[in-house]
Ligand binder design. Structure first.
Ligand code: FES
Length: 85
């Protein structure tokens, strides 16, 4: 996982066995940095209160978060990673 800055935001790029995904780095539940979370396959656990998000969609797999984590579409062209905010 790697954080990049774009348009004043911090985006967490996540590489899994199936691709590269992008989520806001700050957890939607209470703002903790997901870059310090634990990645298990395509599920990312927030280090603060253990919400689990699907990195492909941002959907909540396990709370306490009730809203999906903002997720962005990623494409890879000529070895470069692009995403839309
Ligand atoms: S800040 Fe991430 S689960 Fe609470």
């Amino acid at each position: 996982m790697k954080v990049v800055k774009a348009l004043g935001r911090e985006i967490l790029l996540i590489r899994t066995g199936t691709g590269v995904y992008a989520l806001d780095d700050f957890c939607i539940h209470n703002g903790c940095r997901l870059e310090h979370g634990r990645l298990d396959g395509e599920r990312l656990r927030c280090p603060c209160h253990s919400s689990v998000f699907d990195v492909k969609t941002g959907e909540v797999v396990d709370g306490p978060a009730t809203l999906p984590q903002p997720a962005y579409t990623v494409s890879i062209r000529n070895g470069e990673i692009f995403f839309s905010l």
